[in-house]
Design a protein. Sequence first.
Length: 214
Amino acid sequence: MNVLTDNFSTFVDGFLGTVELTVYASVLALVLGFLMASFRVAPVGSLRVFGTVWVTVLRNTPLTLLFFAVLLGLPRFGLVLPFKVFAVLALGCYTSAFICEALRSGINTVPRGQGEAARTLGMTFGQTLGLVVLPQAFRSVIPPVGSTLIALAKNSAIAGAFSVTELLGTYRTLSELGYNIVWTFVWIAVGYLIITLAISALFNAMERKWGVAR
């Protein structure tokens, strides 16, 4: 226990850093994922192409490579921001591709006739998507979206390699101080477990309230 008690503030800083990264990146991923899912089912061909390219490129790019591209590449083009902001951008954009596909799969579960009926009533594409299709699709995508955000929380560990304060990065500080590395990783694992269980509990509650009954 001395590994935890002697360095409690260090663990707390890392834990809060991971929570902050997870929250901000999740919001960005959900917004971009919703936007790209809308593009992928839009009647405009250029939007469908843009959404398809976005998903294809990001889903097939290693996250570490994306971190290098964002944190080291963007400053070369004059965009200089705190590393934490760059980390949120990398995590959020990467995860948005998976959120997009989860939402699109949910959209595809809604009977096509409902969209056609909405258009017959004079609704625009945006109204049909927002008022008819997405409310029904949302109920079926709660579990996969929750799993994707849990993966995002664990992927945030990569940010520690780029001087961003997060939970996994605490092992370097404690290792330099001579603490047992095994117990350091045990407490780091406990921290990640708390975060992922909290996300899981949130989405389980959402599924019980709004999920599709089976």
